[in-house]
Design a protein around this ligand. Structure first.
Ligand SMILES: C[S@@+](CC[C@H](N)C(=O)[O-])C[C@H]1O[C@@H](n2cnc3c(N)ncnc32)[C@H](O)[C@@H]1O
Length: 271
């Protein structure tokens, strides 16, 4: 592929699963620095933020008591959440991401702080760990939105979790897909069908898929999680906090006042 493949088209369209699923690694490698320039300070290099609403694990406790736990993060980006967990009682943490660029940014955070966060490059659909290796697994907006076959992520996580282990993941709230990705009033009117599963895709002049983001309805998420043998304990829909005026893509106070922006699934593997 041409490394300078310029954006030629963007919209909701069906593309081959293989092309859509492969695009994520290259896109996040190319955009790691820009993404962290824009959002890194809000996320914090060693803080655990679940979503643009700013919900922090320190307040939400969605992972439960992690004291002494073996924790896996998938789609970790620069491993901010894993870094926080290492300072909050977890015995072992490993941050995994398909993008070497995002993990390299994480290594820079470590170097700046004189720390070492265990990291490994891995696609969340093929985790390089033995069965029953972890007590807790999670992701904050990692991997799942960017693959056509998220069921494989849930199956892999269920495999590497011990019986009774917890899997928590945040994604864009499925309802949002019916609305334009606009943080202002333009984002308050539904213009698409919630049931249209075509991904949002950016295509280069070469015809290659540069970026793909996948929509699943709430029912789709539930079906995939349950099919992996997991039990859903809670669905958390963080409300927009009063006084929080930061916009992030289509998230912001105008829409946050009326519509959910994030869905966080808290699940576990039966013991
Ligand atoms: C929005 S970031 C979330 C990471 C972090 N929590 C943050 O807020 O910066 C999405 C991450 O998912 C990763 N990702 C995309 N597809 C993936 C896959 N198939 N397996 C593992 N990680 C993937 C990207 O490389 C990126 O680091």
């Amino acid at each position: 592929m041409d490394s300078e493949d310029r954006l030629a088209d963007a919209g909701y369209r069906t593309v081959p699963d293989e092309a859509g699923g492969r695009a994520g690694r290259r896109w996040w490698d190319a955009n790691a620095a820009e993404y962290l320039d824009e959002h890194g300070a809000f996320l914090g290099p060693d803080e655990f933020c679940w979503c643009p609403e700013g919900l922090r694990e320190a307040d939400a406790h969605l992972l439960g008591d992690v004291t002494g736990a073996r924790v896996l993060e998938v789609g970790s980006g620069a491993a901010q959440c894993s870094r926080w967990l290492l300072g909050h009682g977890a015995a072992q943490v490993v941050a995994t991401d398909v993008s070497g660029g995002m993990l390299a940014a994480g290594a820079q955070y470590d170097a700046a702080a004189g720390r070492r966060t265990p990291m490994a490059q891995a696609d969340a659909r093929a985790l390089p760990f033995a069965d029953d290796s972890f007590d807790v697994a999670f992701t904050a907006f990692g991997a799942i939105p960017f693959v056509p076959d998220a069921a494989r992520v849930h199956t892999e996580v269920a495999r590497v979790l011990r019986p009774g282990g917890r899997w928590v993941f945040s994604v864009t709230h499925p309802l949002r897909w019916a609305f334009p990705d606009d943080p202002g009033v333009g984002g308050l009117t539904a213009t698409r069908s919630y049931f249209d599963r075509r991904p949002y895709v950016e295509v280069g002049a070469s015809g290659n898929v540069l970026y793909a983001e996948y929509h699943r309805t709430l029912g789709d998420h539930v079906g995939e999680v349950v099919a992996a043998g997991l039990v859903i304990d809670r669905l958390v829909e963080p409300e927009w906090p009063a006084g929080h005026d930061r916009t992030w893509g289509g998230w912001g106070p105008v829409r946050g006042e009326r519509l959910p922006g994030t869905a966080i699934f808290v699940t576990h593997l039966p013991g």
